[in-house]
Design a protein around this ligand. Structure first.
Ligand code: AMP
Length: 212
């Protein structure tokens, strides 16, 4: 199963990616997490990505494509995968389709549809585990203990780019760069749209149905 989760920032892709990968027995990867891991290890890639991430801009295609293709080429991921946050531009979509051409291409592209007002309020109350990247939300899915991850007891933190002015730019970059990619998959007949403004469990049910 090769699945792509698409949708604006705050649409809940990360929350569902981990779950769906577990149930399908494949790995999931978030391009944003790959950049943040590089950042926490202070690699050259991480330092370069930070300058774009801090402003809510996309990291240039060449850098992003090389990083994600490196992950896909790992034999451990050849059985299938869930991609969260990639592709986000038409150039990234083309590179992915080319790489998967002899592997049957992508099986499903799921589009998480959420109204803008809901996105902004979700992002401003979001906290992430520093170790395993599980997202929590102060309002809709708080952790059992304040500031601690339920799964690995890692420290929870708020991302710098979840601040209001950066969020606004992330949403406008998404509309400019990524909506054409959503249309591209829609025209190919590969897009399954789900109402991701609902509760986590309900979205999970819709997602499972779309993948079946
Ligand atoms: P995310 O965790 O998916 O919200 O991504 C955080 C940030 O990482 C984005 O705002 C971009 O700066 C960068 N990023 C993640 N994925 C991509 C991508 N596919 N293309 C370009 N930049 C990306």
């Amino acid at each position: 199963m090769k699945i792509i989760l698409m949708g604006p920032p705050g649409s809940g892709k990360g929350t569902q990616a981990v779950h769906i990968a577990l149930t399908k027995g494949v790995k999931s990867i978030s391009s944003g997490d790959l950049f943040r891991e590089n950042l926490s290890m202070n690699t050259e890639l991480g330092r370069l990505a930070k300058s774009f991430m801090d402003k809510g801009e996309y990291v240039p295609d060449k850098i992003t494509i090389d990083m994600v293709m490196g992950w896909i080429d790992n034999p451990e991921h050849s059985a299938g995968f869930v991609l969260d946050g990639f592709p986000r531009t038409l150039a990234q979509a083309e590179a992915l389709e080319e790489r998967l051409a002899d592997k049957g291409g992508v099986d499903r592209v799921i589009f998480f549809n959420v109204p803008e007002g809901v996105l902004v309020s979700r992002l401003s109350s979001r906290f992430i585990c520093r170790s395993c990247h599980t997202p929590y939300n102060d309002i809709s899915s708080p952790p059992l203990a304040v500031g601690k991850c339920d799964l690995c007891h890692g420290e929870l933190y708020q991302r710098d780019d979840d601040q209001a002015d950066v969020v606004r730019n992330r949403l406008s970059v998404y509309m400019r760069e990524t909506e054409p990619v959503v249309d591209h998959f829609r025209q190919m007949g590969k897009l399954f749209e789900i109402d991701a403004s609902q509760k986590i469990e309900d979205v999970r049910g819709l997602l499972e149905k779309a993948i079946r």
